[in-house]
Design a protein around this ligand. Structure first.
Ligand code: GLN
Length: 263
């Protein structure tokens, strides 16, 4: 009888142990489990926010530094995958990834599908044309013109509103620049910092930027709507990085100036 009792106690003990372990590994996103992986996706063809380094190994850019710093702040290991821009929201919805950081503008349409962090960068759309183009001086002049944009972006949405414009939707902003230089389109529409970075980084005299900004857009980090815990933790981490100067350090590295006070 005593033996059976001991056996039962041992059995209960080991069951409790197993249950305990299970509880640990199943800890919620952003929980205390230090080894927890934050599955991040981006479309790494959008310099200076995300692009593949020259060595082809590490993803670089403002967003990449920011998400690594946020992961560190949350005690999570950041794993970054490169996928198409229009695949980011579906990947969040199916739960294949935890966050998408990809210069993604917060807007009402996307807010129906995913949750966004607090804004972390203010952008907007601008035009770039060939340097010798004197007909296009503003968005109004794009009527009836051939325009290259990146698929699934706010540039694509806005370009499609321009009367009689022929809109070419390409896979990346880098592709839109190639199309412009090849003379296959009259103009490209991209986020201002992306047009600026391309022009300045490549010292490309064959293209010029039009100053007018069509929209004001705030970038946010997108997450699954059900993942309220992660949204909360990420926003807290973002606040911390803004308060402790880390955000500003990353901003200065990529844009050469201090971050505007509002961000
Ligand atoms: N900010 C734009 C958007 O959200 C472009 C983003 C991008 O091409 N990575 O649509």
């Amino acid at each position: 009888m005593k033996k059976i009792l001991l056996l039962c106690m041992a059995l209960i003990g080991s069951l409790l142990l197993v249950a305990g372990c299970g509880g640990n590994t199943a800890s919620k996103d952003g929980g205390s489990d230090k080894a927890k992986v934050l599955k991040v996706a981006t479309n790494a063809d959008f310099a200076p926010f995300e692009f593949q380094g020259a060595d082809g190994k590490e993803y670089q850019g403002f967003d990449m530094d920011l998400i690594r710093a946020l992961g560190k702040e949350m005690g999570m290991q950041v794993k970054i995958d490169n996928i198409s821009f229009d695949g980011l929201i579906p990947a969040l919805q199916t739960g294949n990834i935890d966050v998408a950081i990809s210069g993604m503008s917060i807007n009402d349409d996307r807010k129906k599908k995913v949750a966004f962090s607090d804004p972390y960068y203010e952008a907007g759309l601008t035009i770039m044309v060939k340097a010798d183009n004197n007909n296009i001086k503003s968005f109004k002049d794009l009527q009836g013109k051939k325009i290259a944009v990146q698929i699934g972006t706010t540039s694509a949405t806005e370009a499609k509103k321009i009367p009689n414009a022929e809109v070419k939707e390409l896979n990346s902003s880098a592709d839109t620049f190639l199309e412009l230089k090849a003379g296959n389109v009259d103009a490209v529409i991209n986020d201002k910092p992306v047009n600026d970075y391309y022009k300045v980084k490549n010292s490309d005299d064959s293209v010029k930027r039009i100053g007018e900004k069509l929209t004001l857009e705030n970038y946010g980090i997108a997450m699954n709507k059900d993942n309220t815990e992660l949204v909360k933790n990420l926003n807290e981490a973002l606040k911390k990085l803004k308060a402790n100067g880390e955000y500003n350090k990353i901003y200065k590295k990529w844009f050469g100036t201090d971050a505007p006070a509002a961000t």
